[in-house]
Design a protein around this ligand. Structure first.
Ligand code: ZN
Length: 209
C-alpha cells in the first residue's frame, strides 16, 4: 500500500502521518528527512543539494525527485508526507513509480476551512529542544521526547502575518495536484475539521473498506 498525504499547514496531517505509519506499517517518507540524511551521509545527491542550500537557493525538483525515487525503489508500503508539492513533482513521481511497477493507492487530502487553519496555526507553540508542537488551548504540554526543560516559543512561520502567506502559496501550488489525483480517482477528501481521534477513525474506515 502506498499513500500520499496532502494538506495545508495546521491541518493535522503530521499527527495523522505518525498514526498511519504505525497502524498500517507504512514507511514514512518526508522530503525533509531524506534531504537531511543524504546531506549527513555526504552522498552525491546530498552534496549537490547542500550546495544549493548554502547559496540560499531552493533544492531543485529534479534532485528531490531523485532522492525520493531512490527511497521508493528500496521500500514497500510508503506514506509520502509533504511530497509531491507541485504538479511537476506529481507527474515525475508517477513516471518513477511506473518504472518500478508500483502505484499510489490513496491520496488523502486533509480539508479544513481556511479560517480554522489560521486559528489553529496562530495557537501553535513549539518546543525549542525537540520541535514538538502544542496548542495554546491544551492544558498541559508534554514533549514526545520528554524534554526536561521545555523551551516553548511561537515559530516565526506560525505568526499571523506569515500564516496568510503560507496559505496562499500552499493553495496555489496544491490546487493543480488535487485535480491531477482527482482525475486518477485516487483522491479522498478527509474532513479534518474534527478531533484527532475522529479523523483517524475516518481514515481507518477507508483503509479497511
Ligand atoms: Zn521538547
Amino acid at each position: 500500500m502506498n499513500i500520499i498525504l496532502l494538506g495545508p499547514p495546521g491541518s493535522g496531517k503530521g499527527t495523522q502521518s505518525t498514526y498511519l505509519s504505525s497502524a498500517y506499517k507504512l514507511n514514512h517518507i518526508s522530503t525533509g528527512d531524506i534531504l537531511r540524511s543524504e546531506i549527513s551521509d555526504k552522498t552525491k545527491l546530498g552534496l549537490q543539494a547542500e550546495s544549493y542550500m548554502n547559496s540560499g537557493d531552493l533544492v531543485p525538483d529534479n534532485l528531490i525527485i531523485e532522492m525520493v525515487s531512490k527511497k521508493l525503489s528500496l521500500l514497500n508500503s510508503v506514506l509520502l508526507d509533504g511530497f509531491p508539492r507541485t504538479l511537476n513533482q506529481a507527474e515525475s513521481l508517477d513516471n518513477e513509480l511506473a518504472l518500478l511497477e508500483k502505484k499510489i493507492d490513496f491520496v488523502f487530502y486533509f480539508d479544513v476551512p481556511a479560517e480554522d487553519l489560521v486559528l489553529r496555526l496562530s495557537q501553535r507553540i513549539s518546543c525549542k529542544n525537540c520541535s514538538s508542537i502544542f496548542s495554546k488551548i491544551d492544558k498541559e504540554y508534554i514533549c514526545s521526547s520528554n524534554c526536561k526543560e521545555q523551551i516553548l516559543y511561537q515559530r516565526e512561520d506560525d505568526k499571523p502575518e506569515a500564516i496568510s502567506k503560507r496559505m496562499e502559496s500552499y493553495i496555489s501550488l496544491t490546487t493543480p495536484l488535487i485535480d491531477f489525483y482527482d482525475k486518477k480517482r485516487i483522491m479522498i477528501n478527509i474532513n479534518a475539521n474534527k478531533s484527532i481521534l475522529e479523523v483517524s477513525k475516518e481514515i481507518d474506515g477507508i483503509m479497511q473498506s
